[in-house]
Design a protein around this ligand. Structure first.
Ligand code: GLA
Length: 745
């Protein structure tokens, strides 16, 4: 509910367990009041009336400490700002004695009015959509209309307007914030920095949880105390990145844990160069500037032009990091991930041949793998890299999206037909943004890549990036993809992106930082629009492109190229802080892992992969009948539990940082069914781990607890399970794991 009190000019955004309040001061500044958990028993209509907490020891510090809802480069340079604009003209009205130098680099925003608009339930409510929101027209699971508050601001002496937007999803305590900037004058304006929002936290909210990493070790959870000054997490690339990921959890140090404590959270719905700058002022104020990375940023607004930023999804909850994660998961499942009406209710079991064959592809080999995969219960068969052009290794072929006769002498059609005859869906790997210099496309269009004339073109993995600042390039790639999907009746594509950015010279100039992402989104949206049945996986050398902007256009993401089950426990735990299990693709691969050479049991490999969308990546031709039967048994078990894994609420009952074990539970809101999964990474002689009481069950109901064979290994009342847990996991050694299925009797 959006509440406005005209007597105090105070706005209150009222959500399920939280609220967000700001006001217009007598000078028209829009200033933050408070954001937090609502008093437990407060009715929706009881809202914050008075001024918020002011930290103004001295009046002359007011310029620094004023809590603007969008802070601008103006009255103080002591702190970070969210918006910088350079105006090319003098104001119309000037006082005597003012100098004429230009540009004017000072933005003041003053309240000019507000509206509350409601999304249309058909999804066509574009006026209430943040920029770079999906244009594919496919529905999300929940489509009930939501309210958006739009607060209009104008600069008093320059032709510039900003609208601050707040869309509410009250049931998950979530606000999407974005802003719209408009040049209302006759000359171009340069926007030099633009965040989607400025966020203010209560003083002392200094414990930051985020993730860091690199290829093969994405999503490593990091907890730290914010310093005085600025702590930045960011990416300077045209993808979301491996080094960190655009989400955060924030709480008072020592005051939050998995299920307790007030936790603030946020996640950017953007897949390009982003920045989250957390700032603790000398006055102890804590704030964040969340949005486009100001590094090398430039946005030129032509006369009359408007730019709508993507959104940051924010919230605060009273029930710990777990509560924050569950809210983000529910939001992604219900409001972000596309769910076409005839799309699958659950993610299919996937087979991907990459680790089995690498570039050593053949028609016969793929046919044999497909037949074995189908016999195991696989539902979607994806041919990975190496099927096209001159792509016999990573040195050539990217850009030439035609089936290679060297690999498939009779074309791809016989394989597609066989996969479909076997009852599976068929998919292909593509890397549409990339080009190898050794490709026909590059030989025809050497100017189509990001580069500066007269400068070297630095390669990564022997490849360059296509210039998506040129519309003809995006169109050519779309034509190639459309041809593939249509001709081979593709049900699925794995969209990869395997390099970082260098020499960002583009027809779009500095705007390429955003234009590249806009081009990727445009291609994905066009594909989804024209092929509504098509399912898409986002991959960027593993988990390098996972964010809410991508989840809005894809069905699943590849979490990491590292498929080692032990490493994966940690990777998946970090991923789960912000993103839902339904979208997390996880493969079972060979006993001896390709990346780490570590040997893991089949049980551990399945138990870890069954925590998300299950995939198989092993070379099935190397497995004997007994091993294949074991695979089939696990896949059958996964099919019995996946609706809970992919649709239930996640509780991290034990985190790795406590006892070296990860014990998690997925449970339906009504407690009728749950999945319990324990996996041990570390153990020291003599340790006895604490029990892991379950959550969300019906205390007075009886539950059966079964293993993968359907055998009941335990039977207990919800009360017992929710106080003592399931016995048996106290002393597991590294590599110990089990997955159990709970059903209310
Ligand atoms: C990237 C992906 C892998 C695989 C290879 C193929 O590394 O992350 O899963 O598709 O490319 O070259």
């Amino acid at each position: 509910m959006i509440h406005f009190d005209p007597t105090t000019n105070t706005f209150n955004l009222v959500l399920s367990t939280s609220f967000y309040a700001f006001r217009v001061d007598p000078e028209g500044r829009v200033l933050h009041l408070a954001w937090g958990v609502r008093p437990h028993s407060a009715a929706d209509t009881v809202v914050l009336a008075g001024p918020g907490f002011e930290s103004l020891p001295q009046p002359d510090q007011a310029a620094v400490t004023r809590r603007y809802e969008l802070s601008t480069f103006s009255e103080s340079a002591l702190q970070e700002v969210s918006l910088k604009v350079s105006f090319p003209s003098l104001p119309q009205q000037m006082a005597a004695g003012e100098a004429m130098h230009l540009p004017i680099r000072d933005v003041r925003l003053r309240y000019a009015g507000h509206e509350i608009v409601t999304d249309s339930s058909s999804g066509s409510g574009r006026s209430a959509q943040p920029g770079l929101a999906p244009a594919h027209g496919q529905p999300t699971r929940v489509q009930t209309p939501r309210e958006t508050l739009r607060v209009r601001l104008t600069d008093p002496s320059q032709p510039f307007a900003v609208t601050l937007c707040y869309r509410l999803t009250p049931e998950h305590d979530i606000i999407e914030r974005w802003c719209e900037v408009v040049n209302t004058g006759p000359e171009p304006l340069h926007v030099e920095a633009l965040a989607f929002a400025t966020l203010h936290f209560p003083n002392g909210t200094l414990e930051l949880t985020s993730v860091s990493g690199w290829w093969a070790r994405e999503f490593m959870t990091a907890r730290e105390r914010l310093p005085m000054g600025v702590r930045v997490i960011e990416q300077r690339a045209v993808q979301t990145g491996h080094q960190t990921n655009p989400f955060f959890l924030l709480n008072r140090p020592g005051q939050a844990w998995e299920e307790t404590g007030h936790v603030y959270f946020g996640a950017l719905a953007f897949s390009g160069a982003w920045r989250l700058a957390f700032e603790q002022l000398f006055t102890l104020d804590v704030r964040a500037h969340a949005g486009y990375n100001p590094f090398d940023f430039d946005l030129t607004l032509a006369p009359g032009a408007q730019h709508v930023t993507p959104a940051i999804v924010i919230g605060v909850c009273p029930d710990g990091w777990g509560g924050a994660s569950r809210r983000l998961h529910a939001f992604a499942l219900e409001r972000v991930l596309p769910r076409p009406a005839d799309g699958p209710a659950v993610r299919p079991v996937l087979y991907n041949s990459w680790e089995a064959t690498l570039f050593d592809l053949s028609h016969a080999g793929q046919m044999a793998l497909a037949r074995k995969a189908a016999a195991l219960g696989v539902e979607l068969f994806c041919v990975d890299d190496g099927w096209f052009g001159g792509r016999r290794s990573d040195r050539a072929g990217l850009g030439d999206w035609t089936v290679s006769p060297d690999v498939f002498p009779d074309g791809l059609e016989p394989l597609v037909a066989e996969v479909h005859r076997l009852g599976m869906k068929f998919g292909l790997w593509v890397e549409p943004e990339m080009i190898n210099p050794d490709s026909d496309l590059y030989r025809a269009h050497p100017d189509w890549v990001l580069h500066f004339a007269g400068r070297p073109r630095t390669e990564w993995r022997y490849q360059l990036i296509l210039d998506f600042g040129r519309p003809e390039v995006v169109d050519a790639i779309y034509a190639a993809l459309r041809e593939l999907v249509a001709r081979y009746h593709l049900d699925f594509i794995k969209w990869d992106m395997n390099r970082y950015t260098t020499e960002l010279g583009s027809a779009a100039g500095q705007a390429i930082w955003r234009a590249h992402t806009a081009g990727v989104y445009d291609l994905l949206d066009r594909l989804r629009w024209n092929f509504p049945h098509l399912q898409i996986e986002s991959c960027a050398s593993g988990g390098g492109r996972v964010d809410l902007g991508m989840l809005a256009r894809t069905d699943q993401v590849w979490t990491s190229d590292n498929t080692d089950a032990i490493d994966r426990i940690r990777i998946q735990e970090g991923y789960s802080l912000a993103y839902p299990a339904r979208a997390m693709e996880a493969w079972v691969t060979h006993a001896t892992n390709l990346q780490t050479d570590r040997v893991s049991s089949l049980g551990l490999r399945f138990d870890v992969s069954m925590r998300g969308g299950l995939g198989i990546g092993s070379n099935l031709n190397e497995l004997d009948d007994a091993e294949l039967a074991e695979y089939a048994s696990y896949i059958a078990f996964y099919k019995r539990i996946r609706h809970v894994v992919q649709g239930g609420r996640l509780y991290r009952l034990q985190r790795l940082e406590e006892w070296g074990a990860s014990v998690i539970e997925y449970v339906f809101a009504d407690g009728r069914e749950a999945v319990y999964s324990a996996a041990v990474l570390d153990y020291q002689q003599g340790w006895v781990r604490p029990p892991s009481p379950l959550r969300g069950l019906d205390p007075s109901a009886m539950y059966t607890v079964s293993d993968r064979h359907g055998a009941a290994v335990h039977r207990a009342r919800g009360f017992d399970l929710m106080t003592v847990g399931i016995p048996g996991d106290a002393c597991g050694n590294p590599g110990y794991s089990r997955t159990l299925h709970l059903k209310r009797v």
